[in-house]
Ligand binder design. Structure first.
Ligand SMILES: [Zn+2]
Length: 486
């Protein structure tokens, strides 16, 4: 096989990184790796025969690991995964029966646990960052360092997303895959002026949806000011173009949106807010709501029957309700990896909160209700997604998805179900089930190597040794170096 030319480039943080060819670097992005690669390139010029044997192989073999089967939710011991280029070529039971091809890079992963690359199902790559004078590319390596190899954007400015998605593909050794979304489709006065888009007239929907399809979005996102006539039309037109339609609901009720064929509901509020009993709403009513009323049961049954996915995004609710009470939120150790600009923006937000200590119990019980409802939806057979709303305040890029998995398990999902939410379920809502979401021959080689079993304790998803994205192996410690500190 021909070896690819090695190029060096400079990241936003000023650190050198390497990429070979278009998309298939085998070498983790780090200054040392860059130096080694340049030396290797020079060596190849002098000694092509030696070089060909060492670096031309397109094959990586992960030998002897325990592999998470995202379809069955089980761990399968003693497997060998053969990666060829950016794809999983084979998964072989009984690792000793396989002889790796000459020149392949063999990784001994006995005693390790291999899970599919994680997908964050609710991300904004321009919103919030823009307020901190940042761009998404600056935090992309953080996602990868946390094992998050794909992002499902759920509302941002369209041209910036396109540029960032292109950047991520050109720098695939340090960036996750980006799946684009429309701006937040809203009423005549968009709630978020930076990423909202007014579509108040159903007659304007066909042109708008055709425009979004031409930009290459995967998802159309309805926002709080969208009313039923526009929402229903967006669902119809979106489906005509093969797009997924999701919503953070407001004026358009969950009952109507589900009946009209919406694919997904963002935030637990998009369910919770539509099972509130009619009549007066005393202070703190959310923290003591009965989730078993006929009204609740009817909506839950309808969501299940229509196969609507729900993306609860518990991390953002915990953060916003308990921001000033829980040091685990505002002194999260993962903040060590977050650029100072973004931390200052979050700190300013925290300083502006008026969450009184005497209301802590009430707010805590409100969050408990959101987790209780998440568990009810899961037990009703509804497909749960794992999404975070990063980079909302203290929702740390990448690492917040690991927090979200913990919150889902606290809500009643098994560790396996939580992992399925972040892998095969999220691949499904992106229409990428043939490419992503499980360790299956033919799919893209997006994997995470863990040193401990996440089914024994979901917090073991933090024990990341290597992240593989499209066949490129990265060390989280090297990825951190690519993120600006300021
Ligand atoms: Zn959001």
């Amino acid at each position: 096989m021909p070896y690819r030319t090695i190029e060096t480039f400079t990241t936003e943080s000023g650190a050198a990184a390497v990429a070979t060819g278009k998309d298939r670097s085998r070498i983790a992005a780090s200054p040392l790796a860059a130096l080694l690669s340049v030396s290797l390139a020079l060596a190849l010029l002098v000694c092509p025969a030696w070089g060909e044997a060492k670096v031309s192989s397109d094959t990586i073999v992960l030998r002897g690991g325990t592999v998470f089967d995202a379809h069955t939710g089980t761990m399968v011991p003693d497997q060998t995964i053969v990666i060829s280029g950016d794809r999983i070529e084979r998964v072989i039971p009984n690792s000793t029966a396989f002889d790796p091809p000459a020149g392949s890079q063999v990784m001994d992963v006995r005693g390790k646990y291999i899970i599919p690359g994680l997908i964050d199902g609710h991300v904004h790559i321009t919103h919030q960052l823009n307020l901190a004078h940042m761009t998404g590319d600056e935090v992309f390596p953080l996602f990868l360092a946390a094992g998050v190899t794909s992002l499902r954007d759920v509302g941002d400015t369209i041209m910036t997303q396109k540029l960032l998605a292109r950047y991520a593909e050109a720098n695939s050794g340090s960036c996750p895959r980006v799946f684009m979304c429309s701006p937040l489709i809203d009423g005549s006065q968009p709630f978020h002026q930076d990423i909202g888009w007014a579509v108040p007239d159903p007659e304007k929907v066909p042109d708008f949806v055709a425009d979004m399809a031409a930009w290459g979005v995967t998802t159309l996102k309805l926002y709080v000011g969208t009313e039923r006539p526009v929402g229903k039309r967006i669902i119809e037109e979106g489906h005509n173009h093969g797009l997924i339609v999701t919503a953070h609901l407001g004026l358009y009720s969950a009952q109507d949106a589900v009946a009209d064929g919406i694919d997904c509901l963002e935030h637990i509020w998009s369910v919770f807010d539509y099972i509130i009993p009619d009549g007066p709403r005393p202070e703190g009513y959310r923290s003591s709501m009965d989730l078993t009323t006929p009204k609740a049961q009817d909506l839950i049954n309808s969501i299940a029957q229509h196969h609507v996915r729900v993306d609860p995004t518990l991390t953002i609710f915990r953060n916003s309700l308990l921001l000033t009470d829980l040091e685990a939120v505002w002194k999260n150790p993962d903040l060590a990896h977050v650029p100072a600009r973004l931390q200052r923006r979050w700190e300013a937000h925290r300083a502006g909160q008026d969450l009184k200590p005497e209301t802590f119990d009430l707010r805590k019980r409100e969050f408990d209700k959101y987790q209780e409802l998440t568990g009810i939806l899961y037990r009703a057979g509804i497909t749960i997604l794992a999404g975070t709303d990063t980079p909302e305040p203290y929702v740390i890029p990448g690492f917040s998805l690991l927090d979200e998995l913990e919150r889902l398990v606290e809500s009643g999902l098994t560790p396996a179900a939580a992992l399925q939410a972040a892998t095969i379920n999220n691949a499904g809502i992106l229409k990428q089930e043939t490419q992503l979401g499980s360790i299956t021959p033919g799919k893209l080689a997006d994997l995470v190597v863990l040193s401990a079993d996440p089914l024994a304790d979901i917090r073991n998803v933090r024990q990341i040794e290597q992240v593989i994205r499209g066949g490129i192996v990265s060390d989280p410690q090297e990825l951190f170096k690519l993120v600006p500190t300021e």
